[in-house]
Design a protein around this ligand. Structure first.
Ligand code: NI
Length: 188
């Protein structure tokens, strides 16, 4: 496994349209495990392959970013030792994902992106979707999604079309966000 470099705006590679995966081989498995390691290290809850420079329709998501390898926290405020076990990881892989039946009602969610560091903005997307995708063996899955999972999958799927969440903002708001990022980088 390896931690890969995450591309950031204004890297033009982020605007590429990714191509479908055709070979479900060891190379794909290595890419996916490297993507998970990179995402957990960042840390983030979703990552598209193009964000590490690979223009393939591959996404990884884990809405539970806590590190289960972290030392359990011991506390003894009532005289007993409790070990707080961090949330379990829930890694999910989506290959060649598609969205079916997006709901008409929308949901506003504050989004961020590892390729647009430190910038958060509200984006409106369908509240519920049905998603179809393939797993690492090429097997097809379908599932109804809502809430953060629906938002996150749609955000990651945008990456496959070369679209960033800031592209959903008005030109004015996008300009403000990019200027803020420029400033943060200057003083980093
Ligand atoms: Ni993103």
């Amino acid at each position: 496994m390896a931690i890969l470099e995450i591309l950031e705006v204004p890297d033009q590679r982020l605007k590429q349209v990714s191509v479908p995966v055709e070979k479900f081989d060891d190379e794909l498995r290595t890419l996916v495990s490297d993507m998970f390691e990179t995402m957990y290290d960042a840390p983030g809850i979703g990552l598209a392959a193009i964000q590490v420079g690979v223009p393939l329709r591959v996404l990884v998501i884990d809405l539970q970013p806590d590190d289960p390898d972290a030392e359990p926290v011991a506390c003894d405020h009532d005289g007993h030792h409790h070990h707080h076990t961090p949330t379990k990881r829930e890694p999910r892989v989506f290959i060649n994902p598609e969205i079916l039946d997006p709901s008409e009602d929308l949901r506003l969610y504050q989004e961020g992106c590892l390729s647009v560091p430190e910038i958060y903005a509200e984006v409106e997307r369908p509240a519920r979707i049905r998603a179809r995708w393939q797993d690492l063996d090429g097997k097809v899955h379908e599932e109804e999604m809502d809430d953060l999972m629906a938002t996150c999958l749609q955000h990651e799927m945008d990456h496959l079309e070369g679209i960033l969440f800031i592209d959903h903002l008005s030109r004015l708001k996008r300009g403000i966000a990019l200027k803020k990022l420029e400033k943060l980088r200057k003083y980093a």
